[in-house]
Design a binder for this molecule. Structure first.
Ligand code: 6PG
Length: 250
C-alpha cells in the first residue's frame, strides 16, 4: 500500500566530486554539533561505491571533527569477511577510518565472521541495544545509498525485511552477489536525528525519481524511507537527478 510522503529536501550538484565535498561538509558539521551537544556522535555508514568519495573528503578535509568522540556503525553489510574487497567495512576503513583518530573501540562493524547471517544480525542488534536504550536506535546520522533497482541499505523489493516492525537488524538476501546480507530494518533506520541519502550516476536516475515520487512504494524500498520520522536530505549529482527538476547547487 503506497503512502503519501512529505516534500523532499533534494540538493543537486554538478558532479560526484562536488556532491561528495558538499555532503562531507554537512556530515562534519552534524558530527561536530552532536559532539558539542551530547559529548559524542553516532553515525551509521552506507556501503557500496558512492559514499567512498564522501568518506575520503571527510578524511582529507575535516580534521577539525572530534573523531575520537564519533561512534561508527553500519546500516548494512555484505556477509563476507572484513578483508573481502566487497566488504562495506573494508571500504570505509580504507577511505576514512584508517586516516582519522577514531579509537578502535568506537568502530562497530557488523560481525560477518559469525557463521549464520541470522546469528550475526542478532549479535549486531545486541551491540546496538547496548548503545541505544530507546525503542529504536537514535543515530545522529544515518547515511544511505540507493541501488539501480531502488533498494537502500540491504532492503530489496519483495524482501520480508521490508515488513519487519520489531527487530533492529535482520539477515537478508540480495538478488545480486554477495547474496548474503545484514541490514538495519526500516524502523531502525528511520528514527535517526538525520538521514542523508547520497546518489550519483545515470544508472540511479530512474530509482531516484521513484524514491522521490509522491507516494512511498514497496517496489522502491528507498521511497519507504520518506515515511520516516527523521528529516532526510537527498544528495544527488546532476546525472542521478536527470529526471527531476531542482536547481543545481554549486
Ligand atoms: C550495499 C549498500 C547499498 C548501496 C547501493 C548503492 O551494501 O551495496 O549499502 O545499499 O548503497 O547498492 O551502491 P553504489 O553506491 O555502489 O551504487
Amino acid at each position: 500500500m503506497a503512502a503519501p510522503v512529505m516534500a523532499a529536501d533534494l540538493r543537486v550538484f554538478a558532479d560526484p566530486r562536488a556532491l561528495a565535498a558538499a555532503a562531507a561538509r554537512e556530515v562534519a558539521q552534524l558530527l561536530t554539533t552532536a559532539v558539542r551537544e551530547h559529548g559524542s556522535a553516532s553515525i551509521a555508514l552506507a556501503g557500496g561505491r558512492t559514499p567512498r568519495d564522501l568518506y575520503r573528503c571527510l578524511a582529507i578535509d575535516h580534521h577539525d571533527v572530534a573523531w575520537d568522540r564519533v561512534l561508527f556503525y553500519w546500516g548494512d553489510e555484505r556477509h563476507v569477511p572484513h578483508d573481502d574487497d566487497r566488504s562495506n567495512y573494508r571500504m570505509a576503513r580504507e577511505a576514512l577510518l584508517d586516516h582519522v583518530p577514531v579509537p578502535p573501540e568506537h568502530v562497530h562493524p557488523m560481525p560477518t565472521a559469525l557463521g549464520e547471517p541470522s546469528e550475526a544480525a542478532a549479535q549486531y542488534e545486541r551491540t546496538l541495544r547496548s548503545r541505544f536504550d530507546t525503542k529504536w536506535p537514535r543515530f545522529d546520522l544515518v547515511l544511505l545509498g540507493i541501488g539501480d533497482d531502488g533498494h537502500t541499505a540491504s532492503l530489496f523489493a519483495g524482501s520480508p525485511a521490508l515488513e519487519e516492525a520489531t527487530r533492529w537488524v535482520v539477515a537478508a538476501t540480495a538478488p545480486v552477489a554477495p547474496h548474503g546480507r545484514l541490514t538495519l530494518t526500516l524502523p531502525a533506520l528511520a528514527h535517526a536525528t538525520m538521514i542523508f541519502v547520497v546518489v550519483a550516476g545515470d544508472s540511479k536516475a530512474d530509482a531516484l525519481r521513484s524514491a522521490l515520487g509522491d507516494r512511498a512504494d514497496p517496489r522502491c524500498p528507498a521511497s519507504l524511507i520518506r515515511t520516516a520520522p527523521a528529516p532526510i536530505v537527498w544528495w544527488a549529482d546532476a546525472r542521478a537527478a536527470a529526471h527531476l527538476t531542482a536547481r543545481i547547487s554549486r
